[in-house]
Design a protein around this ligand. Structure first.
Ligand code: PBG
Length: 327
């Protein structure tokens, strides 16, 4: 008998390896983000330079794109709207016939089983690009913003959204949204909160895609400091106490410690958001032939699941479904 561990015994054949495999990325685990633009144009599919393979879509093209993805096994999408008009309060965010509201209606009327999730935030809708309304000194007003976020979430639910996902990082927004949904007969609509959202340079490409870069300053007074791990648990526990049904950790790849710890500390379903910068870096190295892009994409998603995510929001969803490489 040998006196050392023979780990290779269970790696000898593909079938053996499959039998002892612990983690899987399945189609039902993935949520695909889409950017839908309020435009009179039909047939618009405008490439996003920093996110190869991702597009700003007109409503008709969104429907067509989602139709293909649903055929390939897409279960859920996350919608971001780019309004025709921005103002100080971001009023297009909760407009009855706003772009996201119309997109929800359109998708739900055709794909009733698709889980349509929405990003509830104001930065794409405000002229200043911040995630809330401002006081005269240019600071984001927390409590005054809550009301607007709640109105926005309600308008998404009224349009038929299955899940609302607040990403603004105002304190108390889960409670405000939950209360407004409940008062209006939407007790059954879950809140998936971006509980742990860092102030990250990895969002750079997204801000081009969503035309949502802040016009002055940055988001450090509301999004978290990337240096803080313990604080993420306080943010998560606060959102649970306020009634969140699911939590998001964002970004994903460089925050696996946070995801792992949160998995130990709470029983809610957890989602991780592999954000635009994470996607862009893999795409860029892949385009240069420096890495095997698909293998790396799959490996990053496996890592995120292994760390504790139940769901992953990723721009790779469509192409991995199409490639048929998911378990
Ligand atoms: C809106 C929002 C952002 C992202 C998702 N929702 C940008 C930000 O906070 O600046 C980023 C997603 C990505 O980078 O893919 N607040």
């Amino acid at each position: 008998m040998s006196d050392f561990f023979r780990g290779r015994r269970l790696r000898r054949t593909g079938t053996l390896r499959e039998m002892v495999r612990e983690t899987f990325v399945r189609p039902k685990d993935l949520i695909m983000p889409y950017f839908v633009v309020d435009t009179p144009d039909q047939n618009m599919k405008k490439p996003i330079a920093s996110m190869p393979g991702q597009y700003q879509l007109s409503l008709d093209m969104l429907e067509e794109t989602v139709a293909r993805a649903v055929d390939m096994g897409l279960r859920s999408c996350l919608l971001f709207g780019i309004p025709a008009m921005k103002n100080e309060t971001g009023s297009e965010a909760w407009a009855e016939h706003g772009i996201v509201q119309r997109a929800i209606q359109r998708l739900k009327s055709r794909f009733s089983r698709l889980v349509v999730t929405t990003d509830v935030c104001l930065c794409e809708y405000t002229s200043h690009g911040h995630c809330g309304i401002l006081d005269p000194a240019g600071q984001v007003r927390n409590d005054a913003t809550l009301e607007i976020l709640a109105k926005t979430a309600l308008s998404h639910a009224q349009a038929g959204a299955d899940i609302v996902g607040p990403s603004d990082m105002m304190d108390g927004r889960v409670q405000a949204i939950r209360a407004t949904l409940d008062e209006n007969g939407f007790q059954h609509i879950p809140v998936m909160s971006y509980a742990v959202k860092y102030s990250s340079a990895f969002y750079g490409p997204f801000r081009e895609a969503a035309e949502s870069a802040p016009q002055f300053g940055n988001r450090k007074t509301y999004q978290m400091d990337p240096a803080n791990g313990r604080e993420s648990m306080r943010e998560a526990m606060a959102d649970i106490a306020e009634g969140a049904d699911m939590l998001i950790v964002k970004p994903a790849g460089h925050y696996l410690d946070v995801l792992h710890e949160l998995r130990q500390r709470c029983d809610l379903p957890l989602a991780a958001y592999q954000v635009s910068g994470e996607y862009a870096m893999i795409k860029a190295a892949g385009a240069n032939g420096w890495i095997d892009e698909r293998a790396i994409a799959l490996e990053t998603l496996l890592g995120i699941k292994r760390a504790g995510a139940d769901l992953i929001i990723t721009y790779f969803t469509e192409e991995l479904l199409e490639a048929g490489v998911l378990a």
